[in-house]
Design a binder for this molecule. Structure first.
Ligand SMILES: *[C@@H]1O[C@H](CO)[C@@H](O)[C@H](O)[C@H]1NC(C)=O
Ligand SMILES: *[C@@H]1O[C@H](CO)[C@@H](O)[C@H](O)[C@H]1NC(C)=O
Length: 232
């Protein structure tokens, strides 16, 4: 994990979080209108106790993701880490790191599929054979590999999902190794594009790599094993 460690949240993630908050506020408001203040405070208490439950887990995991506790290669800034994880409503109910891994994997799959669609749409506009077109063709292949790989990583991880017990390195390695392959492909694409396309447009591709890194780091926390063999 070398390139561009400074983290930016994707605009879409940001908008989604804002929309979610607005939705929750609107929902709470409608409850006040219908049933008065009692219902509202009951809801408030419920959401704040759920919030406490997950925010210490998410907050601490994200603090660990942004520190050097994990392998030096994993890094995801604390604020964006919290924002990304809380963009999924299921995070409120997450009980352990394993739950966070599954949520982060699903968000990553969605995110990388959106980027893959964008690659296909740009590619269809590139009619002349030049190095930009070749880079996008390689990227399309990389993202195709990622989209086939991610469900495999998910199912390997679900088999070992710790549920409170420690897993052995032999059990943890296939899941971490699977994410390494995803990271390799994502990184290959980003480097191709930064060499053969307009540099200022490549940020969202590097953002996918940061997202892969988030899943990978959470997997290290969940399994209690470090993956020191990755090359990406
Ligand atoms: C964060 O890291 C510390 C030190 O390794 C560990 O004890 C703690 O359980 C971790 N917490 C979370 C939520 O990741
Ligand atoms: C390749 O062609 C596209 C137009 O089809 C152009 O936008 C792009 O800048 C070209 N790339 C190079 C490296 O010349």
């Amino acid at each position: 994990m070398a390139a561009r460690q400074t983290t930016t949240i994707t605009f879409a993630t940001l908008l989604f979080s804002i929309a979610l908050v607005l939705f929750q506020v609107a929902d709470a408001d409608s409850k006040i209108d219908k049933s008065g203040k009692g219902e509202y405070s009951r809801l408030g208490r419920l959401s704040s106790s759920l919030g406490r439950y997950s925010s210490s887990l998410v907050g601490e995991a994200c603090k660990n993701m942004s520190s050097d506790i994990l392998s030096r290669k994993v890094h995801f800034d604390e604020g964006p880490c919290v924002t990304v994880l809380h963009s999924d409503k299921r995070t409120v109910l997450a009980k352990d790191h394993g739950d966070l891994v599954v949520i982060a994997l699903d968000l990553l799959e969605q995110h990388s599929n959106e980027v893959a669609e964008k690659i296909m749409s740009i590619l269809s506009g590139l009619t002349v054979r030049n190095s930009t077109k070749t880079a996008f063709q390689l990227c399309a292949a990389d993202y195709g590999a990622m989209s086939r790989m991610l469900p495999v990583c998910r199912s390997i991880f679900l088999d070992i999902k710790p549920l409170g017990k420690k897993v052995t390195m032999d059990d943890a390695y296939p899941a971490l190794g699977c994410m390494d392959k995803v990271g390799d492909a994502g990184r290959a694409c980003s480097l191709e594009l930064s060499n053969h396309w307009e540099h200022d447009k490549t940020e969202e591709f590097f953002d996918v790599i940061r997202h892969i890194s988030l899943v990978w780091g959470l997997m290290e926390l969940a399994t209690g094993h470090r993956d020191d063999y990755s090359q990406w």
